[in-house]
Every structure is written in structure tokens, then in C-alpha cells.
Design a protein around this ligand. Structure first.
Ligand code: DX5
Ligand code: ZN
Length: 221
């Protein structure tokens, strides 16, 4: 199992050349494609859905696709994303009426399941469902937009989440999303994260490989 995963958020990619841009970021050393689904209801922005996910698969993308659902309601989209080639499907617990059922739907569809925590959402949502969770995703910004600043208090929450995961003895990824860059990835890893979403930090630079290499060398410190 790879210790650290880097997951570029294609929210900051070039939508007019999405396939090429995703190929380029994967060829630059990214591990996972982070796919931000926004519905202009749960969050005040609108992005893309299962058709675009399927288009990436049809284009030839074989890397894991990490679908981050910022939608309400959640359940109806799960079979669509599973069929479209999603690998991980994560959702915000407060956007689901029945968290256990939604997690089970994801597992039954053959995908890995993740729960996403906004900066102000309590980790207590994990308590009764940890056995169904493959990924804990902590938001380090409020969801809806790329390019926001990392909220420092997330580091303490990462430490709490790391302890919950370690105490469970289960193989659960701890993913962090929002404001992650070369400048702070080392302290975020030190707080317990092992999967790093980065949108603007990668796609707003001309040389993706230079950014990803710099992140990996920070992680090796
Ligand atoms: C925000 C999204 C993030 C976002 C991260 O709602 O979930 O994945 O794209 O973008 P950066 O890395 O620019 O903060
Ligand atoms: Zn995201």
C-alpha cells in the first residue's frame, strides 16, 4: 500500500481540454483524480456529473477516480457514478437523510466509501459507521470553490481523526481537501493525513511535475 497519495482536483483543470489535462497531471506523477461534483444546492457552485466521469474513462483514464459529492440529495447519483467508473465515492453526512444506508449503497455498487467533514462538522458522525468507511475526508476550506486558504484549525481535527482511525485498527485513508500546497503539505502529513487533494496549487502552475515532485520531497522530509 502506497503511503501517500496525491489527488489533483480537476476543478482547477482546463475543462475545454479535460482529457488531455488529466493525462498530463497523471503523467506528472499524480496518483488519483479528485472529481468535485457541485449541484448549486448543497454548495453555491455547479460543476459536472457522471457523464463527464464516464467520458474520462472512455478517453482512457485508468487511474482511480475519487468522486467528492457536494450534492443533496446524495443517493440517486451513486449508481450513476459507479457505472460511470468511479473508484471512491464520498459524501457529506449532513446531505444524506440516512448515512448508513448511503454508505451501504456505495459499498453495494462496488466502490469505496468516504465521509466528508466540513470545517465545522463533528467527527462524531463516524462513531457508528466506521466499519463501512474506507476514506475519511476532512475539508480544510468550506466547500464550493477552489483557491481558498487552508483553515489552520483543520490540523487539530486531522490529529483527532488520525487517532480515531488508528484506534479502529481499520485500513482507512485520511484525506484532506482545500488549500493544500507545497508550503503546508509537510505539516498536514505530520498531523496524520495520507491523501492530499490539491487543485489550484497544481493546475495554476505551468509545470505540474515540478509541483508534484516538490510535494513528494516535502513528504519525504
Ligand atoms: C472545494 C473542493 C476542492 C477544491 C480544492 O469545494 O472540494 O477539491 O477543488 O481546491 P484548492 O486545492 O485550490 O483549494
Ligand atoms: Zn473536493
Amino acid at each position: 500500500l502506497q503511503k501517500y497519495l496525491i489527488a489533483p482536483s480537476i476543478l482547477s483543470a482546463d475543462f475545454a481540454r479535460l482529457g488531455e489535462d488529466v493525462d498530463r497531471v497523471l503523467a506528472s506523477g499524480a496518483d488519483v483524480v479528485h472529481f468535485d461534483v457541485m449541484d448549486n444546492h448543497y454548495v453555491p457552485n455547479l460543476t459536472f456529473g457522471p457523464m463527464i466521469c464516464k467520458a474520462l474513462r472512455d478517453y482512457g483514464v485508468t487511474a482511480p477516480i475519487d468522486v467528492h459529492l457536494m450534492v443533496k440529495p446524495v443517493d440517486r447519483l451513486i449508481p450513476d457514478f459507479a457505472e460511470a467508473g468511479a473508484s471512491i465515492i464520498s459524501f457529506h453526512p449532513e446531505a444524506s437523510e440516512h448515512i448508513d444506508r448511503t454508505l451501504q449503497l456505495i459499498k453495494d455498487s462496488g466502490c469505496q466509501a468516504g465521509l466528508v467533514f466540513n470545517p465545522a462538522t463533528s467527527l462524531s458522525y463516524l462513531e457508528h459507521v466506521l466499519d463501512k468507511v474506507d476514506v475519511v475526508l476532512l475539508m480544510s476550506v468550506n466547500p464550493g470553490f477552489g483557491g481558498q486558504s487552508f483553515i489552520p484549525h483543520t490540523l487539530e481535527k486531522l490529529r483527532q481523526a488520525r487517532k480515531i482511525i488508528d484506534d479502529s485498527g481499520r485500513n482507512i485513508r485520511l484525506e484532506v481537501d482545500g488549500g493544500v500546497g507545497v508550503n503546508n503539505i509537510a505539516e498536514i502529513a505530520e498531523a496524520g493525513a495520507d491523501m492530499f487533494v490539491a487543485g489550484s496549487a497544481i493546475f495554476n502552475q505551468p509545470d505540474y511535475k515540478a509541483v508534484i515532485d516538490a510535494m513528494r520531497s516535502e513528504l519525504a522530509k
